[in-house]
Structure formats: C-alpha cells, structure tokens
Design a protein around this ligand. Structure first.
Ligand code: ATP
Ligand code: MG
Length: 318
C-alpha cells in the first residue's frame, strides 16, 4: 500500500467571468500539484481570494476541473466514479450556520449520508450509528432530535464533522472549519480534529488563513498566492526557515508568544494590494509586491523546486 493517499497534479480551475462584452477566464487555481499522505494533515494557507476553497472544491469535484488530475489511492477520480469516491472524500465547510439546514434535526443531518450510501441495514442500526457519531464529536445523545438552529457555532461545526465522518472517509477537506467560531471555541474544535485523526487515521487538507492554526495541526504546509503554490515544507521547517518572500511576510505578521523570537523576526510589510486574478502580473504573480523582484521575474514564472528535504519553493531569487 502506497503512503500517498491523494495526489493532485497540475490542477487548474478557470472560472469564465464577464468583462464588458467578453468572457474571460478567472484563473482561481492555476497549475497546482501536491500530495497528502495517509492519515496526514497538509495545511493550505494564503490570503483571502488566493484560491484555497477552489482547490478544495475542485479536488472533491464539486467543481469540474479545467485541467489536471486527482488520484485517490492510486485511482483517477472521474465524473463516473465520483459518487463512489464521495464515500472516501468529504468536506467540512467554513460556515456552520449556512452549511447546515436549520430546519433539519441533528439525526436527519447525520443520517442523510448514511441513507445516500445505504450504510445501515435497518432503523435500529441507523440510530445506533448516529449516536456513535454524535459521541465521537462530543455531542450529547439527548440532542439527536433537536434542530440545527438550536445549537451554537461550535456545536454546529461538530454536527458538520459528524456528518462528514458518517461515511467513514479516508480524506476530509476542512475549509477554514474554525474561522467562524469564537476564539475560545477554536482550540476545542481543533483538538477534536486531532483526536479524530488519531482514532480514525483520516487525512486532512486543512485550509486556513491563520498560520498559527495550521502550524499547530499540520505536518506539512503549502502556501498559496494568486492561484499558485509558492512554497511547501514540513510545518516546523516552514515556520523556522521560510524561503519565499511571501511566506516570510505572512509569518512576520503572526504574533509569537516568545518575545525573543518576535524581536529576531522583523515585520515585513507587503507593498500594494493583491492584484486582481483577472489582471494577473506576467511572470511571477508575486513580483509586484516583492522586495527581491528582478527582470527575470517579469518574464518567467518560477516553478516549485526542491531545495532539499522536501522543502519546495517557487522563486528565482531565493
Ligand atoms: N464560482 C466562482 N465563479 C467565479 N469566480 C470565483 C468563483 N469562486 C471563486 N471565485 C474567484 O476565485 C478566486 C479564489 O476564490 P476562493 O474562494 O477559492 O479563495 P479563498 O482563498 O478560499 O478565499 P477566502 O480566504 O476568502 O475563503 C477569487 O478571485 C474568487 O473571486
Ligand atoms: Mg475560502
């Protein structure tokens, strides 16, 4: 059995958008490749609009990819097998308020995927499975008949996770699962994700814009900028030795509890705004905000290259 569970190769997602009289492609995801190992967590970070959600949705084929391929357990994911694949690959959404139907009971929400995939032989088995899932995510069994709207954000996210787990998936895309929650609740929910991984061996693509959150939960982290991955490395390596100027600036904005580290780490402010994906700079997309940009950066887009030990960087000058 290979160690790699999910393999994404040269994935592209171009949305057709209207610009005046023309339709032009908005390159939300542009040639993204990565792997997620069995039971591993790969963090995916980057500013708002850089394409994180689109990566997650395209990997799960909630959007038809413009180009590229996704393999799950070595098997190519296609239109034809995606229904069966959904049993293996699930998604937990950012906003537990809009992603759960408030008029459904907890039992109905968690039971739906069980019914869709015909996973229970009878009502008794279904009920037992639902209660087991509820206890997995720390929900009280007495709440099974309550409606989603009666719960707090943190509890709703637990319902969403129980629903994703119902089909016993091997891979879950977690799209900013804690960013809509109170800070005090965030740590609890993150801990739950970790405990579930230990118990069930499930792998995560964990999307967040908060580097502290992903650092805590991920073994490796991929950094995105305008539709492309610019750096991938082991989580501690990326935090300790960021190479790409964009990663450096993201990290320099993260508050660190240790004052010595904070002092040693200079705050690097990025100039200008993120360019619109409709008016992408030529060459390296980051060059318009980069302190190190040269002529070459304007002409050629750097590829992700291995700098040793699985630390990949896409930059001409670093
Ligand atoms: N269905 C769509 N049609 C057209 N453009 C889209 C669509 N979905 C996303 N986009 C655009 O694609 C780009 C990437 O969006 P995406 O939501 O993937 O970013 P994100 O990194 O998840 O941002 P956030 O941190 O705000 O969630 C943005 O420019 C967005 O406007
Ligand atoms: Mg998003």
């Amino acid at each position: 059995m290979s160690e790699t569970l999910v393999e994404v190769k040269n994935l592209k997602q171009y949305f057709p958008v209207r610009a005046g009289f023309k339709t032009v492609p908005l390159k939300a995801v542009d040639d993204v490749s990565f792997e997620v190992g069995r039971g591993e967590t790969l963090g995916l970070v980057g500013e708002s609009g850089c394409g994180k959600t689109t990566v997650g949705r395209t990997v799960l084929r909630l959007y038809e990819p413009t180009a590229g391929e996704v393999r799950f357990d070595g098997e190519l994911v296609t239109d034809k097998n995606i229904t069966a694949m959904r049993k293996q690959m699930q998604m937990v959404f950012q906003d537990p308020y809009s992603s759960l139907d408030p008029r459904m009971t907890v039992e109905d929400i968690i039971g739906e995927p069980l019914d869709v995939h015909h996973l229970c032989a009878n009502r008794k088995e279904r009920r037992e499975k639902i209660l087991e899932l509820m206890s997995f995510v720390g929900l009280n069994a007495e709440h099974a008949r309550r409606y989603a709207h009666e719960f707090s954000g943190g509890q709703r996210q637990r319902i969403g996770i129980a629903r994703a787990l119902a089909v016993d998936p091997k891979f879950i895309v977690c799209d900013e699962p804690v960013s809509a929650l109170d800070v005090s609740i965030q740590a609890q929910v993150i801990n739950m994700f970790e405990e579930l991984q230990e118990k069930l061996g499930v792998a995560y693509l964990f999307i967040a814009h908060d580097l502290l959150v992903v650092h805590h939960i991920s073994r490796r982290i991929a950094v995105m900028y305008l539709g492309k991955i610019v750096e991938v490395a082991d989580s501690d390596e990326l935090n300790g030795h960021p190479v790409h100027p964009y990663t450096e600036s993201l990290l320099s904005a993260v508050p660190i509890p240790d004052p010595d580290v904070t002092r040693a780490r200079k705050r690097i402010l990025l100039e200008g705004d993120v360019p619109s994906p409709l008016h992408m700079p030529t060459g390296c997309a980051f060059r318009t905000r980069c302190r190190f940009a040269t002529e070459q950066c304007a002409h050629e887009c750097p590829a992700l290259t291995d700098r040793g030990g699985g630390h990949f960087v896409a930059c001409w000058n670093k």
